[in-house]
Ligand binder design. Structure first.
Ligand SMILES: *[C@@H]1O[C@H](CO)[C@@H](O)[C@H](O)[C@H]1NC(C)=O
Ligand SMILES: *[C@@H]1O[C@H](CO)[C@@H](O)[C@H](O)[C@H]1NC(C)=O
Ligand SMILES: *[C@@H]1O[C@H](CO)[C@@H](O)[C@H](O)[C@H]1NC(C)=O
Ligand SMILES: *[C@@H]1O[C@H](CO)[C@@H](O)[C@H](O)[C@H]1NC(C)=O
Ligand SMILES: *[C@@H]1O[C@H](CO)[C@@H](O)[C@H](O)[C@H]1NC(C)=O
Length: 263
């Protein structure tokens, strides 16, 4: 019996409902649900739980996870309920483990999601009534590092470094812009937008960086007395150093005066 996927959704819903009226919560109700494909976006570094279809543990015969990651052979983990045997093929990533133990729960977990965890994670639970499948498409997100700095000649450069997916950059007011994307081997993309404003009335501009992990807005002055954090830090440093110099001078002076006095 394999009523998964083949039955159109409406028919299967109708079947489920009619079955449900008579025998609620029996396994045959669940069997009418089509295989589930879900897409999950997770931020890098977070812990993620991958769930199997909800099948009563007593009905499961074999639990199988198939993990397909970019540039790697598919990894397959199987657990045979009756014998409590686990077998693995082509699985090398120790960060992907059972959420607890397979006799307790069929779910998997990734302790800290990394960029190379992008891919498909499929749980198939074989039961006497058929197979139940749930397929996860995991998309790893990484917020870009955002910088905005002034260039020569009334230009500004806004950069969203190593984000995943690529960030989008827009400006207020709009200038004459060139935007470049640079893809890195780890799947991240650096987006750099360089703009120029000819209109002399434009003094300050805003760079808006749009990303699925959150948006950022930075502002900068064009030309006239560019205030960059580094610049102001250096100014503070100079002031402090000169103050220190003056204090040392005074102390030295007082010291020599005293030495002369006690002689
Ligand atoms: C789920 O994904 C598999 C593999 O790509 C595909 O064959 C199947 O049609 C998908 N099912 C649904 C309901 O989208
Ligand atoms: C394991 O990986 C090899 C290639 O490295 C591949 O030929 C084989 O089919 C894989 N096994 C499974 C069960 O996917
Ligand atoms: C500055 O901009 C003007 C007008 O766009 C251009 O003619 C000039 O060559 C630019 N100078 C530099 C140093 O980029
Ligand atoms: C850069 O990537 C963004 C986001 O995918 C896209 O909208 C834009 O068209 C790309 N620009 C270039 C120059 O490739
Ligand atoms: C991805 O690659 C880029 C360029 O090599 C690097 O700057 C960035 O730090 C990398 N990100 C991660 C999370 O490894």
């Amino acid at each position: 019996l394999h009523c998964l996927g083949e039955i159109p959704l409406l028919t299967s819903l109708f079947l489920c409902l009619s079955v449900c009226l008579s025998a609620c919560l029996s396994l045959s109700v669940c069997a009418c649900v089509s295989p589930v494909n879900i897409t999950i976006s997770v931020q890098m570094g977070t812990k993620t739980l991958l769930l199997c279809p909800p099948v009563p543990p007593t009905k499961a015969v074999v639990i199988t996870w198939v993990i397909t990651l970019r540039g790697q052979p598919p990894c397959k983990i199987s657990y045979r309920v009756e014998t409590k045997e686990t077998s693995e093929t082509n699985c090398t990533d120790r960060r992907i483990t059972w959420a607890s133990t397979p006799d307790q729960s069929p779910d998997l977990q990734i302790s800290a999601v990394a960029l190379d965890h992008d891919g498909y994670y499929s749980c198939v639970i074989a039961t006497p009534n058929g197979n139940f499948q749930k397929r996860h498409n995991i998309q790893v997100l990484l917020p870009p590092a955002v910088t905005l700095f002034p260039g020569e000649n009334r230009t500004a450069v806004c950069e969203a470094t190593a984000g995943k997916p690529p960030a989008q950059i827009s400006w207020t007011p709009e200038g004459y812009c060139k935007t470049k994307n640079e893809s890195h081997s780890n799947g991240t993309v650096t987006v750099r937008s360089t703009c120029q404003w000819d209109h002399k009335k434009v003094h300050a501009v805003l760079c808006s960086v749009t990303h699925s992990t959150g948006n950022r807005i930075l502002s900068i002055q064009l030309n006239q007395g560019v205030i960059s954090p580094l610049h102001s830090l250096l100014t503070i440093l100079y002031v402090k150093l000169s103050l220190l110099g003056i204090i040392l001078l005074i102390m030295g002076f007082v010291f020599f005066q005293k030495r002369n006095y006690y002689r």
